[in-house]
Ligand binder design. Structure first.
Ligand SMILES: [Zn+2]
Length: 344
């Protein structure tokens, strides 16, 4: 089978289009012929590597993928050859105390497709069926793959952990990016009023086109926490979604008393200073999470396949062109999800 893998960490040129042995399903596994994979910023981080990351090389990147089942291992019931599926990258063991409590994303033996184990930039992949969501006939594999990681992550953060309520004001820091665009749509679906702070007018316009109510251009307004305060009748917002990291000080200042700051990542940098006085004096709650539970995944993918949530699609490359796809994401040229077309 064909796959994209790398033998050493580095720039996009380390990605190789390779011939690998065809996998054979073991007990409790299904073999999926992937039609589409979607990129996440995590793919770039894994390719580049970081101190302490100890991957078995060569490594196949990619967390998101969708396709059809072409073989079923022993002991698998309820899944058949020809079933159309999308993969859930959050790999819980299914047996530890967290998994049994329905908190798969806190699993004691947690893995992430494309990060800790080989991923979806490949023609064929083996997965246990608990990782699959069944797609309706004719539902676009690219849209399904594009939704999988970012929508479950945003849903878990905003709804399951963040307890977002109708009428609340949510400020999303960053107008583009998969999790941010998913967050805009999920917040609107939950009945919230959505403010978005961004630096490019084109990306802000696109944020508005998918439901953002109020746009704050930080190229014109450096201290956007003041805008957030003024735009909410001098109260501050109920919730901030901040996956940038270094913007935490402004995010905390944007919150009303008793507000929640939600975070699932740090696209800028992981380390920065926070003035603790703003946290205790304003009764702020900081809620961190990563990925989602199986229940989150089922709930949010049901909304995607029924058209209530619509992933923003950027550009599609062939599997062979994965390097170009990585370069587009690296240069931040995209709005929405970049996908790879795998079907021959
Ligand atoms: Zn577990």
């Amino acid at each position: 089978m064909k796959a994209i893998h790398f033998n050493e960490h580095g720039p996009s040129s380390v990605l190789e289009y390779a011939d690998l042995p065809m996998p054979v399903p073991g007990a409790s596994q299904v073999l999926i012929k992937l039609h589409a994979a979607a990129l996440n910023r995590m793919d770039l981080f894994v390719r580049t590597g970081w101190p302490g990351l100890n991957l078995a090389l060569p490594h196949i990147p990619g967390a998101d993928g969708a396709g059809e089942i072409i073989a079923v291992g022993e002991g698998v019931s309820g899944w058949h050859i020809g079933d159309r599926v999308v993969a859930n990258a959050n790999l819980g063991c299914g047996t530890c105390d967290y998994c049994l409590a329905g908190q798969d994303n806190r699993c004691r033996n947690w893995h992430l497709l494309g990060e800790t184990v080989n991923g979806t930039y490949t023609e064929f992949i083996l997965l246990p069926p608990r990782q699959l969501f069944r797609l309706p006939e004719r539902f676009d594999y690219h849209v399904a793959a594009a939704a999988s990681l970012v929508y479950q992550t945003a849903w878990h953060s905003l709804i399951t952990r963040g307890n977002l309520r109708p009428g609340e004001n949510v400020l999303i820091v960053g107008a583009s990016g998969g999790v941010n665009t998913a967050s805009i749509q999920i917040a609107k679906l939950a009945g919230a009023n959505v403010l978005v702070v961004g630096s490019e007018s084109k990306k802000l316009e696109l944020a508005e086109s998918i439901g953002a109510d109020i746009l704050i251009d930080r190229s014109k307004s450096e201290n956007w926490s003041t805008d957030a305060f003024m735009l909410t009748n001098r109260t501050g917002v109920d919730v901030v979604v901040d996956n940038v990291g270094t913007t935490f000080p402004l995010s905390i200042r944007s919150l009303r008393k008793g507000g929640r700051l939600l975070t699932v990542g740090n696209t800028a940098a992981p380390k920065f200073e926070i003035d603790n006085r703003y946290i205790f004096a304003k009764h702020i709650t900081i809620i961190g999470s990563t990925m989602g539970t199986l229940k989150d995944f089922d709930e949010v993918m049901s909304l995607v396949v029924t058209g209530k949530l619509n992933p923003v699609m950027d550009k599609t490359f062939s599997l062979k062109e994965a390097r170009l796809a990585h370069e587009r994401l690296e240069r931040n040229k995209q709005f929405g999800k970049i996908t790879l077309s795998i079907k021959k």
